[in-house]
Design a protein around this ligand. Sequence first.
Ligand SMILES: *[C@@H]1O[C@H](CO)[C@@H](O)[C@H](O)[C@H]1NC(C)=O
Ligand SMILES: *[C@@H]1O[C@H](CO)[C@@H](O)[C@H](O)[C@H]1NC(C)=O
Ligand SMILES: *[C@@H]1O[C@H](CO)[C@@H](O)[C@H](O)[C@H]1NC(C)=O
Ligand SMILES: *[C@@H]1O[C@H](CO)[C@@H](O)[C@H](O)[C@H]1NC(C)=O
Ligand SMILES: *[C@@H]1O[C@H](CO)[C@@H](O)[C@H](O)[C@H]1NC(C)=O
Ligand SMILES: *[C@@H]1O[C@H](CO)[C@@H](O)[C@H](O)[C@H]1NC(C)=O
Ligand SMILES: *[C@@H]1O[C@H](CO)[C@@H](O)[C@H](O)[C@H]1NC(C)=O
Ligand SMILES: [Zn+2]
Length: 921
Amino acid sequence: MNLIVWIFTHKLLVVLIAVIISLALSTIILAIENRKLRNEIDELIAKETNLTEMNKYRLPGMVKPILYELYFYPNLSTGLFKGKVDISVDILSTTDSISLHSHTLNIDNVHISSENGTYSLDQSYQLLTIRKTDQSNFTPGKENLQIEFSGDMKNRIVGLYTSSYKDANGESRRMATSKFEPTYARQAFPCFDEPNMKAKYKVHLLKPKDNSYIALSNFPVSNITDYDKENQLVSFEETVSMSTYLSCFIVSDFAHTETSFNNDGKMIPLKVYASPDNLQKTQYAGEVGKKVIEYYVNYFQIPYPLPKLDMVAIPDFVSGAMEHWGLVTYRETALLYTNTTHSTINKQRVTTVVAHELAHSWFGNLVTMNWWNDLWLNEGFASYIQYKGASAAEPTWGLLDQFMLDLHAALNFDSRLSSHPIVQTVLTPDQISEIFDLISYKKGASILRMLENTVKETTFQQAVKNYLNLYAYKNAITEDFLDEVQKLVGTVLNVKELMETFTVQMGYPILTVTRSGDEYTLTQKRFLADSTASFNKSDSAYRYRWSVPVTYITDLGKSSSFVLFNYNADSIKITRPTGAKWMKFNHDQIGYYRVNYPKAEWDDLIAHYGNFSVADRTHLLEEAFSIAEADLLDFEVPLELTKKLSAEFDYMPWSVAYIKLRSILNHLKWSGSDQEAAFKKYVIDIVSPAYNNFSWNETVDYSHLDRLARIEIFYLACLVDHEACLSEAQSYFNRWLKTRQPITPDLRRIIYSNGMKKANKTTWDALLEIYKNETDASERLKLMKGLTSIENEDILKKLLELAKDETLVRSQDFFSVVQFISINPSGTDLVWNWVRSNWDYLVHRFTLNDRYLGTLIPEITSTFATQERLTEIEEFFKEHPNAGAGVASRARALEKVKHNILWLSKNKKTVEKWIRKNSVL
Ligand SMILES: *[C@@H]1O[C@H](CO)[C@@H](O)[C@H](O)[C@H]1NC(C)=O
Ligand SMILES: *[C@@H]1O[C@H](CO)[C@@H](O)[C@H](O)[C@H]1NC(C)=O
Ligand SMILES: *[C@@H]1O[C@H](CO)[C@@H](O)[C@H](O)[C@H]1NC(C)=O
Ligand SMILES: *[C@@H]1O[C@H](CO)[C@@H](O)[C@H](O)[C@H]1NC(C)=O
Ligand SMILES: *[C@@H]1O[C@H](CO)[C@@H](O)[C@H](O)[C@H]1NC(C)=O
Ligand SMILES: *[C@@H]1O[C@H](CO)[C@@H](O)[C@H](O)[C@H]1NC(C)=O
Ligand SMILES: *[C@@H]1O[C@H](CO)[C@@H](O)[C@H](O)[C@H]1NC(C)=O
Ligand SMILES: [Zn+2]
């Protein structure tokens, strides 16, 4: 369809024409040619968003960077830096100005191909606009922009920033490092800071001459020359073409261990860097990295594209890790591991985070989403493929099944009106920051898993390979990937349509089963945590219906393929295989949907609980509870199901049970129910067999999954005041405090937190001193968990204030501390009051663009269940209307509290009645 026909077939015609006329003619031509932009305009029309406004945040697109020759002169002692950049650009059409991004930088000088230029800065849109001094036009062709700039690296954790750590002598050592995704490269150097503005980089970094200092960037060092008495200039090889957010620059005195991996026959060096005292903790990440990347080279059938791979543990890091190409950076807790200090959970985290980041070398770095709207192409993929990579490194950990726990998180988040479609228009830096959420990561991963299961593994893998080859060093949109799958699948299934029902609209369906003899009839509707919530079906092109690949399992085996429930069909029928004793839909919970049955079918499934795989058992528990929480199933069903837990010893079912039982416990506690104690007694009864199955003694050699199960089960037992659990924890704690003999790392968190509950001030102070002395990041978090677990409110109040001190709590950990205190029932109200009265402080320190500040509100209010609290939250939002990157988070907080209130009115009585019947004190 040509542009004119297209315009006239759409509404908002007048606005659009006005806007288009106001744009330069050349832009119109580009727009016609650029189907990606058109795709965005389509979305904008659908949402009636302001295109004029959007254009102010986006670069015009008529100037493309080709090469950045970049010099950085960081000064580690002053925390300031200078820089200069020579950007070779290609001008595609005549323009009077060139706009690129710059934010929080001082611009000291601007030249255009050795002429002086003039420039202006626009703070709100973070733009630097350059013109020729004589106001003449830039004509199509090559041009060079030379910009000198300077900035501050202190008191920040994005852009180019300083981080520090204490060495063995307790001396503070500083480093310079960077983190740019999504919109912070512009805080380090003026650049075309959009993911589809790929360019090459020639980097030069100043570092102290002192030999202990190194400089790192995405590519290997090419040359080191003396700069002045104290400093050297380190030059790096020219990079391949890549997005700005993937560049990275580090100057530090770190040490490294080294291994190498086989890249299609050629060995590539893999180095893991950390502060020198942490050197021996880098070994494990190196081993995992090697295995994972060799797996990926084989899986994608595309060699790792760069000449080296470094991974670095950064003491101050805002997120978990960042996939800078060839120079991946991590929080210390996500990279460092040693079996004497770290737990099984820590170990699994290192494995999965490394596998996630290295997957990005292909997904995200080699092929990048065209714009942040399609962030899930990066993050959903990495979040799915990471399980394959990690499983290749640690095949005995049951990781492919463990994926379900991510699926559950996505299903929970996505069952609310405050969710959003996977593919969503984002314009501003705040909107871009906020979309790095569970939907992009875990829902994205979940629907890929469903897709793979539907089209089969080899087809999926081949499509992935084709997609990566086709768009290598370029950008892509969701449709581009689905096209590759569709080509291989042919006409037997409309893959694009199936996937679109899950990507362009939020939410997912619940299939309701009715049975007549051996015939099952399934209907679908949108699943909402609050099934009474109303929404407008016409908000979505698919009217909130989905194309669902339905699978099932019976005692005779799994369905060999799927039955398609097309989004426009009213219902489907599935016949129970002859002679089957039971039938469960969505085997191993691979599909992104829920299934509800008639009561008799639920009873039947519960009766056969012991016959199911771990995945199906985990699924049944999660599903029964979630459907009952939405008031679509009598709460007695999941409660009856929990009786089966007394013969359950596996990690995943207990992990689900922990979450669901704790939620009931919270509801009973906060509503002052007289059945709280009886419910705890019931949980003690069902958890005791599993509890007795495990020992506190660290000499027992458990498997990885058993270790995870032990942690989960002990946590639950102590939570419900299981006497032996509490007294073991207390006596381990007391003994440890006295002798400081190390406890097995797996049980430290349980022991510190339970041991501290009833502690007095003297004991708390002693633990604080231990915490202050501790240098290991993971151990510090466990000790902090202990400090936040005390019941004494005055001490908790004091701790909240202490946490403002960065020498005590790094900025990266601040929100964890607040959350830990909030989880402690003695701290829940305290934190809510404190956050409200310290809001200005928080906004000033972290900025509204910080997505963790945004998610803080739903986290600390998640157990509130009264109208009074709801009103307080609403009033707080009214007082502070600017939500920054927390818009959806605020909506989520309100929705959750409303749902809690509803839960009490609908389910409390049923649950209490069931407890009376099933638990005697
Ligand atoms: C769109 O944004 C522009 C610039 O921000 C503003 O002047 C205009 O009024 C907006 N239009 C609408 C329809 O909101
Ligand atoms: C550029 O500006 C500097 C001062 O900022 C001036 O000395 C120089 O003559 C100018 N060069 C040109 C080509 O205009
Ligand atoms: C390294 O830098 C020195 C000094 O600037 C220069 O003479 C030499 O040619 C450079 N070597 C390479 C390989 O670029
Ligand atoms: C830690 O690992 C080493 C080497 O694999 C092993 O010899 C040692 O027993 C382990 N220690 C613990 C506490 O698991
Ligand atoms: C742990 O088990 C070992 C060997 O069975 C035993 O010698 C030791 O006393 C036990 N330790 C504790 C704290 O129970
Ligand atoms: C604090 O608790 C510890 C351990 O229970 C105990 O030994 C100590 O006497 C208590 N101190 C005070 C001042 O109560
Ligand atoms: C802190 O570390 C120092 C030096 O290692 C040690 O002497 C001191 O006892 C430690 N304090 C605590 C509370 O662990
Ligand atoms: Zn990622």
